[in-house]
Write a protein that binds this ligand. Structure first.
Ligand code: ZN
Length: 308
């Protein structure tokens, strides 16, 4: 064997620091880094690509041009977020989530097959953002999704905004923010028992920053139906007062209305959520009550009449 001495030394010292399983197995022969276990996250999501300081991609099958397209799409989303909220790049206190890792499976089938075991998460959804514990050093914020048949990635921009909103607008981890979800992997022990929650905001702002001003067919349909008063939307949850249209389309409409017409109220709200003063957030939203409802209903009509 003609292995250079330096490589040999590195290989042996890696073995000395390895787990007992490795010492029993792979390290009995001189080898380079051990291959990832079959079916492990490192084996399945074997490609990695660094977009920027704040975004890394790990994937099963993205090609170089898809990686480049994702990096530029999300760079635009990131710029829009910082310009809309004037964050000056300052995260909320105690947030160490300097970067997001997007984990992208090749297909919906592979997402269903592997994501549960790799990330301990349910897979009956279109992808998930897992914030983890942002105040813990070494925590890694993860987004998990998959490619569609045409190669694009489901919910990419939406989930990226969750990362940015969690880092720059909302203090604390997912369980600290007001909602009623007990679902894994967080299994929040004490989700907020009383409304108003923050689901209208978190899901609505993700839709608003990700998709911008152009209304989707679903958002148009919702606005035309005028199903909800704004004051009802503040109580939107994941388990109760819920539904896909209410959470996403109505979340978008509620956030867009507040951003267009009540920006000062939103800034007051964010001054509370950024420091984790969720009781005062609830008091503020209760104080708003139904005072914006009539204006919201009129705004929906006006929105639909705008040129496309
Ligand atoms: Zn979402």
């Amino acid at each position: 064997m003609s292995m250079p001495a330096t490589l040999l030394l590195r290989s042996v010292s890696a073995c000395l620091g390895a787990t007992a399983a490795l010492l029993l197995g792979a390290c009995s022969a001189i080898s380079t880094a051990p291959a990832p276990a079959a079916g492990s996250v490192d084996q399945i999501l074997s490609r990695s690509h660094r977009c920027s300081d704040s975004l890394n991609l790990r994937s099963q099958a993205l090609n170089a041009s898809q990686e480049a397209a994702i990096c530029s799409e999300l760079a635009l989303v990131e710029q829009r977020f910082h310009s809309v909220f004037k964050t000056l790049g300052r995260p909320v206190k105690g947030d160490l989530n300097r970067s997001l890792r997007a984990n992208i499976y090749a297909s919906n089938e592979d997402f269903g097959r592997y994501a549960g075991q790799h990330f301990n998460m349910p897979t009956d959804n279109g992808g998930m953002y897992l914030e983890g514990l942002p105040d813990q050093p070494g925590n890694q914020a993860e987004f998990i999704a998959n490619q569609r048949k045409d190669g694009s990635v489901r919910n990419l921009a939406h989930e990226y905004v969750h990362y940015l909103d969690g880092r720059f607008n909302l203090h604390g981890d997912f369980c600290a923010v007001l909602h009623d979800s007990h679902s894994p992997p967080e299994n929040c022990a004490r989700p907020a028992p009383l409304t108003p929650y923050l689901v209208w905001w978190t899901e609505g702002v993700a839709e608003y920053i990700a998709h911008g001003e152009r209304l989707s067919a679903r958002q148009r349909e919702a606005a035309a139906a005028k199903t909800f008063a704004l004051s009802q939307l503040f109580d939107t949850g994941y388990e109760t007062n819920t539904g896909e249209a209410r959470v996403y389309s109505w979340g978008y409409l509620a956030v867009r209305f507040m951003m267009e017409r009540h920006r000062a109220d939103i800034e007051q709200m964010l001054s509370l959520t950024r420091v984790g003063d969720y009781p005062r957030y609830q008091a503020l939203v209760k104080q708003w009550g139904s005072s914006f409802d009539a204006e919201f209903a009129a705004w929906l009509t006006e929105l639909l009449a705008r040129p496309v």
